[in-house]
Design a binder for this molecule. Structure first.
Ligand code: B4P
Length: 189
């Protein structure tokens, strides 16, 4: 099962991906986590990504695309994966689709998380990460509206998009996601 989570910063993608990847027994691939690790280790990708992340901007597509393709080609992704935070732009989605087409491994489900801006700001204020300060969050929300939201239409047209409400307890949100996946796959997972 190949699943993508899309949602604004603080929507709970990472939180739910950790729960669901365990349940479905597929790896949880978070581009945010991968990039933060690259920054911490000061790799070439990390050195280039830091200034964008610190400013709340998206990291350039070329850097992220290569990082993800290298990761999904690894053996543990053979039976699927849960992508948390990728793709985030149309060029990322198109480039990823080309790779999936060549490998004959299409995506099964794309889940959109919807959470009110009020709740997002509340959650991020409580998390304490460096990129959660008010002005950085502002830019992250702008990036979501302008660069990431067009992806919803892209996946809607392919018939694999489901939208779930991200407010409520962790268990409530998880069961909404499971129901949405069942709807698309007919309960095949
Ligand atoms: P991410 O790491 O993806 O950050 P995020 O969107 O803030 O996290 P998420 O939605 O997963 O929220 P979480 O579960 O933690 O990206 C960080 C940066 O990396 C980006 O700004 C960008 O610069 C770069 N980047 C990443 N991917 C990229 C790409 N593809 N292209 C370019 N750049 C990229 O939840 C947030 C908080 O809410 C937590 O405190 C959690 O405990 C709480 N919470 C979760 N669920 C809740 C619930 N149901 N109720 C109450 N609280 C809840």
């Amino acid at each position: 099962m190949r699943i993508v989570f899309i949602g604004p910063p603080g929507a709970g993608k990472g939180t739910q991906a950790a729960r669901l990847s365990e349940h479905l027994d597929v790896p949880h691939l978070s581009t945010g986590d991968m990039l933060r690790e690259a920054c911490r280790l000061k790799t070439d990708v990390g050195k280039q990504a830091t200034e964008f992340m610190d400013a709340g901007r998206l990291v350039p597509d070329s850097l992220v695309n290569k990082m993800v393709v290298d990761r999904v080609r690894r053996a543990d992704c053979q039976n699927g994966y849960l992508l948390d935070g990728f793709p985030r732009t149309l060029p990322q989605a198109e480039s990823f689709d080309q790779m999936l087409l060549q490998a004959q491994t299409p995506l099964d489900v794309v889940i959109e998380f919807r959470v009110s801006e009020h709740d997002l700001l509340d959650r991020l204020a409580g998390r304490g990460r460096a990129d959660d300060s008010a002005d950085v969050v502002h830019w992250r929300l702008v990036e979501y509206e302008t660069a990431t939201k067009p992806l919803l239409n892209y996946y809607q047209q392919r018939g694999i998009l489901r939208t779930i409400g991200g407010a409520g307890s962790l268990e409530e949100v998880s069961s909404r996601i499971m129901r949405a996946i069942d709807e698309i796959t007919g309960g095949a997972q």
